[in-house]
Design a protein around this ligand. Sequence first.
Ligand SMILES: [Zn+2]
Length: 198
Amino acid sequence: MRQEPFSGEFREGMPFLGGSLWIDFVNTTPVIKGVTLDLIGDASALAAWAKQANIAPHQSGAPEDPAALHELRTELADAFDLLAASKPLSADLIATINHLIEHSAIRRRLADAGATTTLDEHVELAGPPVASAVAWDFAQFLGDYDHQRLRHCDNPACTMQFYDVGKNNRRRWCTMSLCGNRDKVAQYRGRKAARRPD
Ligand SMILES: [Zn+2]
């Protein structure tokens, strides 16, 4: 479920710029104009976020547990910092993730495409849709990542974090439009002010 490379993406005004679904999930408490929002704060907000995250409701029909989701988000936010610092994850989080993914599976089948036969794989998630999709993505992520690419946006007033998938690993901002340009403008004003004789 690793997403497309960073493109400074907002969907319906919601940030999907983390580089991986579980980081987008952690990024659901953005601070906009000084106010902290919760993009999964109630059932309708959660449904809207899940839709933009391409999380489809699945057959098992297990209901989402709002309190558990918020707890998962807090634990994954901690995990982000632990992973970035190359520190071990808490046993509690590992148990939570294992519990959430235990009934999910990768299904494989051969597809006959005439001259060639290909192996098709798809992930079949079971359990509450958002919690299990996020947990699955996190587990997948742990299989292959570089801790130096886990970073917070350089703007101290911004809460966004991301996994830098860029070739040079030099991404500093959640998005250029939100924080990168603001920094450029500040630098420009700073230079202008410095140059101005008193
Ligand atoms: Zn930012």
